[in-house]
Structure formats: C-alpha cells, structure tokens
Design a protein around this ligand. Sequence first.
Ligand code: FAD
Ligand code: SF4
Length: 481
Amino acid sequence: MSKKQVFQFLELPRQMPQRIPLELRTSGDWGELYGKLDKADAQYQSGRCLDCGNPYCSWKCPVHNAIPQWLQLVQENRIEEAAALCHTTNPLPEVCGRVCPQDRLCEGSCTLEEFGAVTIGAVEKYIVDTALENGWRPDLSHVQPTGKRVAVIGAGPAGIGCADRLARAGIHPVVFDRYEQIGGLLQFGIPSFKLEKSIIARRREVLEGMGVEFRLGVEIGRDVTLAELLEEYDAVFLGTGAYRYTDGGLPGQDLANVLPALPFLVQNGRIVSGNDPWGRPIAGWEDKLAVPDLHGKRVVVLGGGDTGMDCVRSAIRLGAAKVICAYRRDEANMPGSAREVANAREEGVRFLFNRQPQAIEGDADGNVVGVQVVETQLGEPDERGRQQAVPIVGSESLLEADVVIIAFGFSPTVPEWLATQGVEGSPNGRIVVGGDGRLPFQTTHAKLFAGGDAVRGADLVVTAVAEGRDAADSIALMLQN
Ligand code: FAD
Ligand code: SF4
C-alpha cells in the first residue's frame, strides 16, 4: 500500500453528503436533508477505513454489520455484492443508513473518530440505494420452502426484520398491520426530512418480491383474534411497538395548543406526503390531530430525545417564529442524536438545558401563555446510572409560548388480547421474552415471540430490526425441532 493510501484518512477529510440549503429548510422544504454520496465520494470515504483489525464499528452496530468488508467492496465498485452483504445482517440497511444515531453507534466507535470517523451510515445508504436503483434485488432462488407459515403482528422495523429473515429461511411470513402502509413509526412518526416515504414504499416492493405477504388495515384483537392466528399459523411474532404516551402530568397540559408529540408529527406527515396511514387513530388521540397553524408562533418543545428533535425541526418548517427546546439535563446527557441537535441549531432552534418544566400556564380563555420552568443541576445517579436533574430553588422563570409540544417519550403496554393468552408482561408494560429455558425472544407462550419497542421500550430502528431478525432465527429453530 502506498504512503498516500495509508494516510488517506488524513488527506481526505470526513465528508457527509450535501444537504438541502438552509434557506430552503427554514422556508418549509420537507425533503430529505442529506443527499446521496456520488460514486467518487463513496469510494474516497470508504477508502478512509483503516481496516484496523478490531472493527469496533461492527461490534457497536446493533446488527453487527460487516462494515470494513462492505467498505472494501465499495472501493472496488462491487456494489451489488456490497448490497447483498449488507442484507445478510440488516433487513433495512438503507433506512438505518439514514436514521441511526451513528455518532453513538458505528461511527462513534470508529478508530478514526478523533480525525473524523468514516461516514459509515452515508456509505450504507449509498450502497443500497444504488443497488436497488439499478434493479438489484435479494436473491432467494436457493431457498427451499419449508411449508411453514408465521404470522407477524406489526409492519414496523421489528416486524419487517422478522419477516425478511423468515423468508430467507423458507418460512412464509404474513405481516398484519392496523395501518394501510408498512413501516410503523418509519412511516408515520419519523418526518420526511430524515426519511423520505418513497424509501419505505420501495422496501415494501423488495419484501413482496421476496415472498413476504402483507395484510394491511387489519387490527389484531379487533378484526382478527390472536386465537385465530395461533390456530392458523405455526408461530406468531409480536412487533407491536410502544405507544403509551408519557405526558409528565404537568398542570395545564390540557390547555388548548398543548400537543402530544406523536399526533403532531403524524398530522404533519399526512399533510406533507398526502399519505394517510392513519386509517385508525389510536383511541384518545382523535382530538389531538388538528395541528394549529404555527406561522409566527412561539413554540416550546419539552423533551430532548429523537422525538423532541423531530418536533422542533418540524415546527421550523411550519413557519414558527421562535422554537425553543427545553431539556432538564445538560447537553452531554441529552438522548437525541448529536447530528440532529446540530441540524436543529443550524435551522434556528434554541436549546435551553437544565430546565425542568413545572406547569403550563394559560390565560383566562384557556390559551397557552408559557411554561413555568425551574433550573436544575445534575445530582446523584439513579438506579440506571443516569444523573438526576435536581431543581435549584428560587430559579423559576416563565418561557413564553403560544404552543407547547410534549415529547417526553413512549412506553409499551401489553394489550389485553395478549395477556389473555398467558403472555407475561413486566410491571412497566414490556412483553417478557427469553429466560427460564425459553429461546431468545420467545414469550411465556411457546408459539409467541416478540421484539422491538414492545419488548425493549421505546428505542431505535436498528435495535428493533435486530430483535425481529433474531426472533426469526429462534422461530426457525423451534419449527425445525
Ligand atoms: P413500531 O415502529 O412502532 O411498529 C409497530 C407496528 O405495529 C405499527 O405499525 C402498529 O400499527 C402495529 N401494531 C400495533 N398493534 C397492532 C395490532 N393490534 N394489530 C395490527 N398492527 C398493530 N429511531 C432511530 O433509530 N432513529 C430515529 O431518528 C428515530 N426517530 C424517531 C422519531 C420519532 C418521532 C419516534 C416516535 C421514534 C423514533 N425512533 C427513531 C424510534 C423508532 O422509530 C422505533 O424504535 C422503531 O420504529 C420501533 O420499531 P417497532 O417495529 O418495534 O415498532
Ligand atoms: Fe451504523 Fe446503523 Fe448501519 Fe449499524 S445499521 S452500520 S449502527 S448506520
């Protein structure tokens, strides 16, 4: 290897794909922020990989992608082989390349981080987009059908991860979802500036080509019973997500113009894409779907996770005059991806750290006037090791606002139709899997498996994909035996 190649990582800096110009983003452009690397840039960026022999990037990636190997294939312009390799570990590589918080996962563990990590996510997106645009599709011609059939409840990342892997094992997956579109939160939660909806439509076509069958607009527990599925199928996978909204119990949260995050994002998604996956609103959210006009308004978003980042950046695109994100810990402890925080800042969002909301204040007509916050300092770690936000007495102030969006997160619940089949849930609403001699991702009912947010609590696309994929391996093992 020449000297030039050895030090390519220094001579060629890390470079992300081009982004939509700021003036377009702040004047209502909802297009995907990052473009695609071109061939030369993808090769240069892949060539920055040191092939260090200890690929921490792969280890830290929840699906353990063969990252150095596919970076090498990109350098050699063997894109279809790279795409096939990507799919051996990850059923949704082009989605993860777009939405993973790479700074905390693969890229955060890159040996080159100090100099600028290899743009792993952007290259993953390049590989799969290029291959699919060129007509490449996963080749399942060698797969022997087993004659087994598995019902998958939920067409989100966990359900898709499971269905993809089942199809590769010769097991016929039938995926049910209450909505008319696949993707779960990819479709109706994550805004199009992070993930264009055409990407999910293309993935549906890929999956159908692999033999995955979708039955959409069907709600289990309402249109079809779980008992019917257990009767008809050899096993059932549950990838039902986490939808119990955490409201924080703040005084004033029922005032007009206080919006829960997800209905706000769903409604924007409907307006932007013209898609209506929202065939059946979740009970109790119907009246929250009318999003107020944000033009010229002061918006305060409470919460510092991915959902909060999507809300602040959506509010900017909806013409809000001022957008503040208030978070109770400091920036280092904020759960939202550092990349998204940087994008939000650039788009004009102001962050107020160490501010804990105490109440939402309204006027005599019931309209929001602001959020009472108290400053905090970080105290002792809690049982999960996170430092507590301790209020500083006497530091209270009012953040003026016309609209408040609550983005404190979501947690799962075990639906009654599941509990009645003997499926055990934890006290915090998660479906219990594994342990006690059970297979990984097997619930307390031998034919029922589960994964994703319903098992872990609200987390990430890539962890849901990983669990769906690994649950499929357990299902295949059970059916073999
Ligand atoms: P879901 O995606 O929630 O899918 C569950 C599916 O099950 C849904 O389609 C639902 O309709 C269906 N379902 C449920 N019950 C039934 C039933 N009874 N019958 C039929 N169908 C049913 N993660 C990232 O990695 N990066 C991000 O940038 C990111 N941004 C996010 C932004 C927002 C606003 C939100 C809310 C989440 C974000 N996440 C992000 C998290 C990520 O979207 C989730 O962790 C992931 O989608 C979980 O996948 P899942 O398949 O477990 O559940
Ligand atoms: Fe990185 Fe996510 Fe791709 Fe893994 S799946 S390599 S964590 S972008």
